[in-house]
Design a protein around this ligand. Sequence first.
Ligand code: PFF
Length: 476
Amino acid sequence: MATKTSIHGAWSSRWAFILAATGSAVGLGNIWKFPYITGENGGGAFVIVYLFCIAIIGVPIMMAEIMLGRRGRQSPINTMHTLAIESGHHPGWKFIGILGVLAGFLILSYYSVIAGWSLAYIFRAGAGAFTGQTPTGIEAIFDSLLGNPEALLGWHTLFMAMTVIVIARGVKHGLERAVKFLMPALLILMLILVGYAINTNSFGKGVSFLFNLNFSDLGWGAILTAIGHAFFTLSLGMGAIMIYGAYLPKDASIAKTTFTIAAADTMIALLACLIVFPLVFENGLKVGEGPGLVFVTLPLAFGKMDGGVFFGTLFFILLTFAAWTSAISLLEPVVTWLVENKGLKRVTASLIAGGVTWLVGVLTVFSFQKDSPIIFSFKFAGEQKSNGVFDILDILTANIMLPVGGVLIAVFAGWIMSREASRDELEIGDGHTYNLWRVLVRFISPALIVIVILKLTGLLDPIIYLFTPIVDMFRS
Ligand code: PFF
């Protein structure tokens, strides 16, 4: 089993995997989503909880997911099936793979629409549309894009087509080559933008918003959002990293690889905030603006700075590429499953999976149309949501399906798979590091996630109530 290779291909080296997995991890989640959810949830305290989740939940589960992928070397559904049988358990564990593939498919449906905004902004920036604009002018540009369903649909279609083309060509061609240049370029451009933010009068205000420690306003909903985002940003809980792990050479160290990816991902997310929040304060915008935050703050900066047309265009090109390398990893698990189980050619499988995802994405397009019947408001965990189907998909996938998938992956790696098998695959010896990892995936990560989910579904309080007499008994 350990020397198996995947029928879908293999990375040429450990570094190729790191780049591809970082490409999957770094995307709209870091640059678009993280700043706006940080803004909506009050800043620093949320960021601390998020960083804690990355370290205590994200890193061990990422190690588990890569390990399962490399040991199974198939699509996530078949990998879980094979590994369950290998360890003498019921093949029904493949349910984890099914849940993951479904989550990936739903995420990609809206992810592609948002990536379409970024595509559109390449041209807005290139045409100098932001130059000299006031905050109101920039907001009007954003609103006019959102209010134009034909345009949104067109960009969504283009982005899905780009994703399908790379997937149809296979993991090695296309993907490896693209990520090698684009990730470093994105980092350099972001550092330049941080330099710009430092020179505004509001840098200090932005930084103190990002690192304030005001835990009093942090609700359970925010904590679940932080957990969910740790999964979303590291591409965990749905098989994307598992399928990439399936192409990882046997001799690569999973622990070192994971640290590198998680560190790069976290750095990009924090840099995005260091750019966005000073600009929010500088221009009198609202931190809780929601999904439009990055698409309003950054164009304002590009409109004012020297060379803004150049930097703005380049930025949205790189953001689109970051989204592209993530979208690819969202589609790969479905496509490999169609190839393995339905006997389809890779090209046909990519077209079918891409086509169905595109269709579901149309719902998100309409979620941003003011008069559309599918737009509605609702409250989730005390927060007001007003983008109908888009918000439902986002909450269902990021806040529920990914954490649940993550718990199941942790339980599988920690309880179902034998100690020998996981130790052999992780190759971190039998010492403290291995034991720490095992304690985290067996107890800590699942417990933390389950507690938060129980709290939000209202089930935690009755459970505590039930256990109080027992606890009291021990006390007396
Ligand atoms: N990690 C990506 C981002 O932060 O944009 C999104 C993502 C990709 C989520 C792949 C889940 C996934 F499987």
